[in-house]
Design a protein around this ligand. Structure first.
Ligand SMILES: Nc1ncnc2c1ncn2[C@@H]1O[C@H](COP(=O)(O)OP(=O)(O)OP(=O)(O)O)[C@@H](O)[C@H]1O
Length: 441
């Protein structure tokens, strides 16, 4: 409906996404060879937090439509200097809270795997953020296109790029707090880009009782802070380790097209309840190899202090040779230093010792890289065909899958349906666990 509306030199083409905080449009830049850009519209007046996401999206759309109509579908807006936004003080931000997202995003957007912001335009009812446009998000790519099920090297590439982006955010004291496949975008060469800093914070420690984000990806301490809190001033819960938990769930999504649980809460989620009793449950509900299980147990530590750090995690991913017990991900080559450097942005302006760090731990790992194992891209793409023994089964949608379904963060109906399918698979697995457990009792 907003197609062909104009904001300065940009023409809106279509709505690319929506969320609880904004609408994102694909647009073309009429001053720059019609280059594609994404424009996120964020309302200045925050909507009541209790409203469901769909309702918020609807309200944002209606208000924007009205705004464009009142201006003959053409807005001429002032640009806000990015440096000014970077320098806003906490006090100033309390008056314009929606600028916090932009400020934190600007702090880290020079990383190659983080969406770049080009301009910020100030309207009367909304602020418009002009960014690079990417055609697809990781959720659609994993679930809809099943793009990763046969390509372990691609999984390594995307996951390592994501780790590198998150690691950079943490080095810049930005904690994303909403890492999920819908907030990860892909370009045509399968490079990943982190977006949506709407829930990010610079606070290194978790604030009590702030349970925000998508429940599937949230660390247990974010879901039920008090129960996980050890009453000791020195033992505050680090926000960076909450992001690492989310990385673990994304690793499961990439390798198994599944979510292990709806919510990492011991009382409210049966699978997680079983997992707390015995981590081996993961091997029963997911087709994961022992080596992936080993990595996941290092990530999915309930005590955030015990979780693996990102660089060690990257090292594990570089070296892992088996993601799943069968199928095309049953064998994955280690990454050579050259491929690692090709995939993972080593930007010297960002962090000069980064390469050294990874490479050092990479070569001193007990699974030390062997020159003869050198992965050759062409050879592997031929080999993968012979490695395919079965593809992931797809389960048709069944209304039973709605039973436990409680997600208010989906972007559109298609994604809702896909998520239901993913969770139906998960539910089937859960019944297997129950059967297994009753068999052992
Ligand atoms: N730069 C971009 N290029 C293409 N699509 C994008 C871009 N940025 C965001 N999107 C799409 O728009 C969706 C919503 O964007 P975003 O997550 O920033 O909004 P939000 O209102 O903060 O969402 P949420 O409710 O998840 O916090 C994303 O999931 C993604 O699919």
């Amino acid at each position: 409906m907003l197609c062909n509306c104009k904001i300065n030199n940009f023409t809106l083409v279509l709505q690319a996404g929506s969320g609880a905080y904004g609408l994102v449009f694909q647009a073309i830049d009429n001053n720059n060879n019609n280059q594609q850009v994404a424009i996120k519209a964020v309302l200045k007046q925050p909507l009541p937090a209790h409203l469901p996401e769909e309702e918020k999206s609807c309200i944002i759309k209606t208000q924007l439509l009205q705004y464009f109509q009142n201006n003959n579908n053409e807005l001429v807006l002032p640009t806000i200097e990015l440096a000014t936004i970077r320098n806003l003080t906490p006090k100033q931000l309390t008056k314009i809270p929606h600028y916090k997202e932009i400020q934190l995003h600007l702090k880290v957007h020079s990383h190659k795997n983080i969406v770049s912001i080009h301009q910020v335009l100030e309207g009367t009812i909304a602020t418009f953020i002009v960014m690079d446009y990417y055609p697809i998000d990781l959720f659609t790519s994993i679930v809809d296109l099943e793009h990763f099920v046969q390509d372990g090297i691609l999984i390594k590439k995307v996951f390592l790029q994501l780790c590198s982006a998150i690691d950079y955010c943490h080095e810049m004291d930005v904690y994303h707090c909403d890492i999920k496949p819908e907030n990860l975008l892909l370009d045509d060469d399968d490079n990943v880009y982190l977006c949506d800093f709407g829930l990010s914070t610079t606070s290194p420690f978790l604030t009590p009782n702030v349970s925000i984000g998508s429940s599937y990806y949230m660390a247990p301490e974010r879901i039920s802070y008090d129960e996980n809190r050890v009453d000791n001033d020195d033992d505050e819960l680090p926000n960076c380790n909450g992001d690492i938990w989310s990385l673990g769930i994304i690793l499961i999504n990439l390798t198994c097209i599944r979510n292990p649980w709806l919510k990492a809460h011991h009382d409210e989620d049966n699978t997680f309840h079983y997992f707390l009793k015995d981590t081996n449950v993961l091997k029963k509900i997911l087709p994961i190899s022992d080596s992936l299980f080993y990595i996941l147990t290092k990530i999915l530590q309930v005590n955030p202090h015990n979780r693996i750090d990102i660089k060690s995690l990257m090292n594990e991913i570089v070296n892992i040779e088996q993601f799943t017990t069968s199928g095309p991900l049953n064998y994955v080559p280690r990454l050579s230093k050259e491929l690692f450097a090709k995939y993972v942005a080593i930007d010297e302006t960002i962090n000069t010792d980064y390469d050294d760090y990874i490479y050092k731990s990479y070569t001193t790992n007990e699974n030390q890289f062997n020159e003869n194992d050198n992965y050759n891209e062409d050879e592997y793409s031929c080999n993968t065909n012979s490695l395919i023994t079965s593809s992931m089964e797809t389960t048709p949608y069944d209304s039973d899958a709605n039973d436990n379904f409680n997600d208010n963060t989906n972007n559109n109906n298609n994604k809702n349906l896909m998520k239901k399918m993913v969770h139906l698979k998960m539910k089937e697995n859960l019944s297997n666990v129950k059967m297994d457990l009753s068999a052992t009792n």
